[in-house]
Design a protein around this ligand. Structure first.
Ligand SMILES: Cc1cc2nc3c(=O)[nH]c(=O)nc-3n(C[C@H](O)[C@H](O)[C@H](O)COP(=O)(O)OP(=O)(O)OC[C@H]3O[C@@H](n4cnc5c(N)ncnc54)[C@H](O)[C@@H]3O)c2cc1C
Length: 244
């Protein structure tokens, strides 16, 4: 997630306080049961580990490639379908692709990030456009993404926030993060329930249950193309809402 440099540095310091070592500009090349091999400008290095948790990775649903194949659309990074400024597939004005499945750009040609805000605003835009078409009304102007800012939670009472021009860190940013997340939950009932759950966790320092189930291969080679390594590069954790 893009953050100004000084906020990134503050986030780095908060992580260091938790004992986390951050390595930027470093690619994971190989993971096996002994640990992982990493590569950076400084060269190749290895980290011995019995447990490796892969916590990111944005690969679009295979549906993207199917859709692109049937409509001759181009795909971008991670199999995202390249869309026009109105979020439709070229030559298919009735097919809208939004969110993580879409490779869309802003007015300056900069790719839109794979974030929930982009998906939500894109969904709203497509729904409005479809309703207008149904009523025979004038088409909407191209999709414009309104960047409300970025938030990242780091731990208990630690976060960074870059919202509406204000750059916040630590407890204040964490309060903003918690407030905004509660605000975006769909019903009043779920807001109250999550608030109570968070309060109990924070007051009792309790941990929620985290289950990692199922077996997986223990040898992933990231220097090969996705098709060569099969499922290894296809893993995309579902963005489940787990309050801290
Ligand atoms: C680990 C991680 C952390 C993230 N953290 C943040 C964050 O802090 N802030 C932020 O803004 N964004 C974050 N994101 C990104 C955010 O989750 C996505 O941008 C957002 O969920 C995209 O919404 P979407 O509706 O396009 O896709 P999704 O939320 O992925 O929804 C697509 C749905 O379609 C379903 N689907 C797929 N294929 C088919 C099919 N063939 N038929 C039927 N259904 C299908 C999938 O199961 C899924 O439920 C994170 C993502 C990840 C992976």
């Amino acid at each position: 997630m893009p953050f100004p440099e000084d906020l990134s540095e503050k986030a780095n310091r908060s992580l260091a306080r938790l004992g986390v070592q951050v390595r930027c500009s470093t690619m994971v090349k190989h993971v096996n049961e002994e640990g992982l091999t990493i590569e950076s400008e400084a060269g190749t290095d290895s980290i011995a580990a019995k447990t490796v948790i892969w916590a990111g990775g944005i690969t679009a649903s295979p549906l993207g490639r199917i859709l692109a194949g049937r409509t001759n659309a181009e795909t971008g990074q991670g199999g995202r379908v390249r869309v026009k400024p109105d979020l439709t597939i070229p030559n298919y004005p009735d097919i809208y692709v939004v969110g993580d499945l879409a490779s869309a750009t802003d007015e300056k040609g900069k790719p839109l990030p794979g974030l929930a805000q982009v998906a939500m605003q894109g969904g709203q835009y497509a729904a409005t456009a479809i309703l207008r078409k149904g009523k025979g009304r004038r088409e909407l102007p191209p999709f414009h993404y309104f960047d409300k800012g970025s938030l990242a939670v780091i731990g208990r009472a630690a976060a960074v926030a870059n919202v509406f021009g204000a750059q916040l860190s630590r407890f204040l940013a964490w309060m903003v993060w918690a407030f905004i997340h509660l605000l975006y939950l769909v019903t009043f009932q779920s807001r109250v329930l999550v608030f109570i759950q968070w309060a109990i966790q924070d007051l009792t320092f309790s941990r929620g249950a985290r289950l990692i189930t199922g077996g997986a291969s223990t040898d992933f080679n990231f220097t090969k193309e996705p098709s060569e390594v099969g499922a290894a590069r296809e893993i995309k954790p579902a963005p489940v809402h787990v309050p801290r």
